[in-house]
Ligand binder design. Structure first.
Ligand code: PLP
Length: 366
């Protein structure tokens, strides 16, 4: 069976480094917000080319704190693409703000040409998601935000190190939000997240909010949360960061095998927009009878996942928004047709060939 992911392979590749770091932290006697966290924050900010990084407990927390630090909440609207992971939307709504959905383009990212028609008096920000690892059309989007005086936030949970025009995603906006969930391109061995920003005040604000709103112990200046980053995860992330370019390159190499070798008229392969780098957090194909293809692959020993079968506006959690089925036809069409095929560090050449071969033999039935 070829699995959808094999996180163990990512561990064994750098086993010695991870094990040494684990022992070092365990023996240090300091486990939360210490030297590993501050070193990681410095190294991640420097890799990204950003002024500041604040380590957090998850990607969702990064989004929640980004909007909170920007003062976006009740009565405000935030523009976001319809076809994203639901956490992007939760980052907006947990603050009391409302999501305004925009359809994606053929690259699965927000269609920049459809943003302006959604701007109202209440619009305060655009949340860009670099979905599946491909950078969004940041040239157009930054221009629109500037023209209308909107804040810009980036959800980089799937785009660690991916660039637009040679500049890293996360550095185009007021705040770049990252998740280091184990299966992301840069994954911890547990939950972790971070924000990056060039704004010193925003960084300071989020740094205080992540620790009960306290700047100095027992002096709480805001109702914050507990979103601290563990030393051991920060230590592991420093190792992953050191290898991030080679990890991304390996995934790009696998993608180039798929691009070159998958040839089936029933299947649409992912494409890359000019200037938009893709680091293939997922390699997402599309086909009309997606569930049939999924079953066919499974029968042939290949597991796949759907990112994502239910778009946020149709999920039970967001029924209160009152969005009907049919309100976002492109988003909903993708939810019915997309399929993520095996794409991970350590996917063997013979496994890549098996995936290709089985896909090429697919004739539209199980
Ligand atoms: C993973 C992910 C998140 C949430 O990150 P967590 O660390 O799981 O909270 C947010 N947005 C997107 C696009 C993601 O893929």
């Amino acid at each position: 069976m070829i699995e959808t992911n094999r996180l163990d392979r990512g561990f064994y590749r750098y086993q010695k480094e991870f094990e040494d770091k684990a022992l070092e932290v365990l023996r240090s006697g300091w486990y939360i917000l210490g030297q590993e966290v501050s070193s990681f924050e410095e190294e991640f900010a420097s890799y990204m080319g950003s002024g500041y990084c604040v380590g957090l407990a998850s990607g969702l927390d990064a989004l929640i704190l980004a909007f909170r630090a920007l003062g976006i909440g009740k009565g405000d609207e935030v523009i976001v693409q319809g076809n994203t992971y639901i956490a992007s939307v939760m980052g907006i709504t947990i603050n009391g703000a409302s999501p305004v959905f925009v359809e994606p383009d053929e690259y699965y990212n927000i269609d920049a040409s459809k943003i302006e028609e959604k701007i109202t008096e209440k619009t305060k920000a655009v949340l860009v998601v670099h979905l599946y690892g491909q950078a969004s059309d940041m040239g157009r989007i930054t221009e629109i935000c500037k023209k209308h005086g909107l804040r810009l936030v980036e959800d980089c949970a799937q785009s660690h190190g991916s660039c637009f025009n040679g500049k890293k995603t996360g550095t185009f906006s007021d705040v770049g939000c990252f998740s280091f969930y184990p299966s992301k391109n840069m994954g911890a061995f547990g939950d972790a997240g971070a924000v990056i920003t060039d704004d010193k005040d925003i960084a300071e604000n989020i740094r205080v909010l992540r620790n009960y709103g306290s700047e100095k112990r027992y002096h709480n200046k805001a109702v914050g949360m507990n979103s601290r980053l563990d030393e051991i995860q920060a230590g592991f992330l420093r190792i992953r960061l050191k290898h991030l370019n080679e990890l991304n390159d390996e995934k790009k190499e696998i993608a180039s095998v798929y691009d070159r070798e998958i040839k089936n008229d029933l299947i649409t392969l992912p494409e890359i927009r000019e200037h938009c780098e893709h680091i293939y957090h997922q390699y997402v194909i599309r086909t009309e009878k997606r569930d049939v293809l999924k079953e066919y692959l499974e029968k042939n020993g290949i597991k796949t996942i759907i990112h994502y079968p239910i778009p946020p506006h149709l999920s039970e959690a967001y029924r209160y928004l009152g969005k009907e089925k049919g309100s976002l036809p492109i988003t909903e069409g993708y939810a019915d047709e997309v399929l993520s095929i095996p794409m991970y560090n350590g996917l063997l050449r013979e496994e890549q060939e098996r995936v290709t071969e089985v896909l090429n033999e697919y004739k539209g039935s199980v």
